[in-house]
Design a protein. Structure first.
Lengths: 118, 370
C-alpha cells in the first residue's frame, strides 16, 4: 500500500500544529522552513456539527455549532514512514503523537482525498 | 550541439508513477523516466477540450489553450464544496429557477445546471474569507454575470464555457454568490463545477460528491543519470509558465540529489522574477543570475549556461545576466522538479525542458530561447 488515509482528532489546534510541524522539514538560505516530506496533511479544523445559516445579504441567521476537537486528515506516503528491521521485515512507523489521535468515521466523513474512500 | 535530455515539446509519454523524458542523441532514443507521485486523482483538460479525471500517480498532460500539451504540476488544494456540481443545494432568491442536468458541461456529459433569473437575483452559499471561488459559466455572448466572494467580478460571457474566479483577500466574506446585481445582464445561463479553495488563485477543478475533497500535491523527480549531464559545462533550458505570481520559489534543478552541486532555473520569491543559479564546490561557490519579466503566467523561454568562469542567463531570446568567474558543479546525476533536495517543488505548466552537455554559443542560445 503506497498511501495510507488516516483521520485524526486533537484536543487543540496548537497540538495539531505541533505534530504537523514535527514532520520532516528543510530550511532554505533565508531561514524559512519548507516541508521535505510528501505526506498530504489537511487541517479540517473545528468541524461544524451544525452549519451556520445566512440570509441573502450575508447576515447571520443562526449560529453554527462546532466540535471541540481539531480534525486533521492525512494521506501518508508509506515509503517515508516504513521501517525495515534486521531480518528485512517492514513495518509502518507513524511519527510520534499521531497514533493515539487516530479516529474512525462513517463513510468519508466531511472530507476525503480525490478518488479515495476512507 | 549535444542535446542529452528532452521532456515534452509535444512529445509526451506517461504511465502510472512515470513521466518519460528521453535522450535522442544520434537518433537513438533512450528513455529517462521521472518518478511521479500524487496520492489522489486529479483533473485535466484533454485533447478534445474536455475536463477528465486521471488516476492516482498519473501525470497530467493538460491541453487547456495549448494544442501540444503541457505538464501540469499543482500544489495540494481542497475543494470546500461537498457537492461541487449540485447548484440546487445553494440558497436562492424566489425568482430564480434552477434546472439540473440541463446541458452538456465542460466534462462532456449532460450535467450542467440551468439558472434562469431576473434583475438583482442571486444564488448563494456561505463561505469564509481567504478563499478563491470559481465556477464554470456559459451564456449568451456579450451578456454579463457577476460572481461575488468578498470582492466581485462582472464577467462578459463568450457563448462558450468560461471559468470565472474571485479571490477574497479580506476578512469579511460570508457569501459566495452568482448574481445579476449592479446591472449584470444575463438572464439564462448554465453552471458547472463550483470550487472554493484556500489560496489566492484557482487550480484545476476538483469534483466532489458528498464530502470536501483534496487533490494531493504532485512531485516529479529523479530523471537521468551521470552520463546524461556534463559537470564541466552545459545548458539547462525550459519553456514554462507559473500558475500565479505567488512569490514562492518554484525550482527545476539538475543536481547530485542535494543542493551542494546544482544547476537551477526557477520562478523565485520576488515578483515575476526568473532566477538561474549554479552551486559548486559542495555549495561554497554560488552563481546567481536574475531577470524580471512582465508576467510569469505567460510562457517563458529561459536557459542557464554553465561553464567555469562563463555563466549566463537567457530569457526570451536575450542574454539578461552573466557571471565571468566561478567553478562548474560536479557530480550532476539527476533532474527534478524541486531544489534537488526534495523541497521547493516546482508548480506550473511545463511545455519543454532540455539539457545540453556543452555550453551553447550565444547565437544558439538566442535561437533556443526565442
Amino acid at each position: 500500500m503506497k498511501y495510507l488515509f488516516k483521520k485524526y482528532e486533537f484536543e487543540s489546534q496548537d497540538l495539531a500544529e505541533t505534530r504537523i510541524a514535527a514532520l520532516p522539514h528543510t530550511e532554505d538560505e533565508e531561514g524559512n522552513e519548507h516541508p521535505s516530506h510528501s505526506h498530504t496533511v489537511v487541517k479540517l479544523g473545528y468541524i461544524f456539527t451544525e452549519q451556520p445559516t445566512f440570509d441573502e445579504d450575508g447576515e447571520l441567521l443562526t449560529e453554527g455549532v462546532q466540535s471541540d476537537m481539531y480534525s486533521v486528515d492525512v494521506l501518508w506516503n508509506a515509503s517515508e514512514i516504513t521501517e525495515t528491521d534486521e531480518e528485512g521485515n517492514q513495518e509502518i512507523d507513524y511519527p510520534y503523537g499521531w497514533v493515539s489521535k487516530e479516529i474512525e468515521v462513517e463513510g468519508n466523513g466531511v472530507h476525503t482525498f480525490a478518488g479515495r474512500n476512507f | 550541439m549535444a542535446n542529452t535530455f528532452n521532456l515534452g515539446n509535444g512529445n509526451w509519454a506517461q504511465k502510472t508513477e512515470k513521466l518519460l523524458a528521453y535522450n535522442a542523441e544520434n537518433d537513438n532514443y533512450k528513455p529517462l523516466p521521472f518518478d511521479f507521485d500524487r496520492g489522489s486523482t486529479a483533473t485535466r483538460v484533454n485533447r478534445d477540450g474536455l475536463i477528465e479525471t486521471v488516476g492516482v500517480d498519473e501525470p497530467r498532460i493538460d491541453f487547456l489553450n495549448n494544442t501540444k500539451g503541457h505538464l501540469l504540476l499543482e500544489p495540494s488544494r481542497t475543494n470546500l464544496f461537498s457537492n461541487s456540481n449540485l447548484f440546487t443545494s445553494w440558497a436562492k432568491e424566489a425568482t430564480v429557477t434552477l434546472t439540473p442536468n440541463y446541458g452538456i458541461s465542460p466534462d462532456g456529459t449532460q450535467n450542467s445546471t440551468r439558472m434562469q433569473m431576473s434583475e438583482n437575483d442571486s444564488i448563494y452559499v456561505s463561505t469564509t474569507s481567504g478563499l478563491t471561488a470559481s465556477v464554470y459559466v456559459k451564456g449568451v455572448q456579450g451578456e454579463t454575470i457577476r460572481l461575488s466572494n468578498g470582492s466581485s467580478v462582472i464577467h462578459t460571457l463568450t457563448g462558450q464555457w468560461d471559468r470565472i474566479e474571485v479571490y477574497d483577500s479580506g476578512s469579511v466574506s460570508t457569501l459566495m454568490t452568482i448574481n445579476t446585481y449592479l446591472g449584470a445582464t444575463a438572464r439564462d445561463i448554465e453552471l458547472f463545477g463550483a470550487q472554493r479553495e484556500a489560496g489566492s488563485y484557482a487550480t484545476s477543478y476538483i469534483p466532489t460528491s458528498g464530502s470536501t475533497a483534496t487533490r494531493s500535491a504532485e512531485t516529479c523527480n529523479n530523471a537521468g543519470n551521470s552520463n546524461v549531464f556534463n559537470d564541466s559545462e552545459g545548458v539547462l533550458y525550459w519553456e514554462c509558465s507559473s500558475l500565479y505570481n505567488d512569490l514562492t520559489n518554484r525550482i527545476i534543478s539538475v543536481s547530485q540529489g542535494n543542493q551542494n552541486n546544482t544547476v537551477q532555473l526557477y520562478f523565485d520569491a520576488s515578483s515575476n522574477r526568473i532566477r538561474g543559479t549554479v552551486r559548486a564546490v559542495d555549495g561554497t561557490y554560488k552563481c546567481v543570475l536574475n531577470y524580471t519579466v512582465s508576467d510569469t503566467t505567460d510562457y517563458i523561454k529561459a536557459a542557464i549556461k554553465y561553464k567555469a568562469n562563463d555563466f549566463a542567463l537567457w530569457v526570451n531570446g536575450v542574454e539578461r545576466a552573466t557571471d565571468t568567474s566561478g567553478n562548474a558543479p560536479t557530480g550532476l546525476s539527476e533532474i527534478s522538479f524541486d531544489s534537488g533536495s526534495g523541497s521547493l517543488d516546482f508548480y506550473g505548466k511545463v511545455k519543454d525542458i532540455r539539457v545540453y552537455n556543452i555550453a551553447l554559443s550565444d547565437s544558439e542560445l538566442q535561437a533556443l530561447t526565442t
